[in-house]
Design a protein around this ligand. Structure first.
Ligand code: GDP
Length: 173
């Protein structure tokens, strides 16, 4: 079954994103604590594809040894899973992407998979700031032309249709 890998700092709104995409209130709940996620969570969306939660975020601040360990785990994880068709990086549109967000974007790019950047909590941004914020995120992440940035809100449902269309096209569905 094809998979889409989801990455995002804890508390960024990852489970809210999944829940909104599939219109559930509570299905996608991660029990992970910040910096402690070491297990893989699979969310069975339907019989057509799965979301996979990419674990362990916050590595800009961890030791070299820890990061190397995490890196090996990730390599193994991605190397074994040729069913991963695309990745989505969830970021909070209110803030400048952190060093971790940037590292994660680069990391996902290195697997040569399409990266969708989901800029969530869009409802918290004033109308007049939207364009500027979106542009800033693209610049800070140094996003590649072919990668999509999708303004999103789990609160209002903004961006849901675009996110679905983009995902389905990566899944060739
Ligand atoms: P996770 O740890 O990444 O899974 O984050 P959650 O999905 O649990 O969300 C963290 C917090 O942000 C919760 O209080 C959510 O209600 C809130 N949140 C998530 N997405 C949005 C959004 O699009 N808009 C607003 N206003 N709040 C959001």
């Amino acid at each position: 079954i094809p998979e889409i890998a989801l990455a995002g700092r804890s508390n960024v709104g990852k489970s809210s994103f999944i829940n909104r995409m599939i219109q559930r209130k509570n299905l996608a709940r991660t029990s992970s604590k910040p910096g402690k996620t070491q297990t893989l969570n699979f969310y069975i969306i339907n019989d057509k594809f799965h979301f996979v939660d990419v674990p362990g975020y916050g590595y800009a601040k961890v030791s070299k040894k820890e990061r190397a360990k995490w890196g090996r785990m990730m390599e193994e994880y991605f190397a074994e899973r040729d069913q991963i068709k695309a990745t989505a990086l969830i970021i909070d549109i209110r803030h400048k992407p952190t060093e971790d967000d940037k590292l994660m974007y680069d990391y996902l790019k290195h697997f040569e998979l399409p990266v969708m950047v989901i800029a969530t909590k869009m409802d918290k941004i004033k109308k007049g700031q939207r364009h500027k914020q979106v542009k800033m995120v693209r610049e800070v992440l140094e996003m590649e032309e072919e990668d999509t940035l999708i303004p999103f809100s789990a609160e209002t449902g903004e961006g849901k249709d675009v996110a679905w269309r983009t995902m389905l096209s990566h899944l060739n569905m």
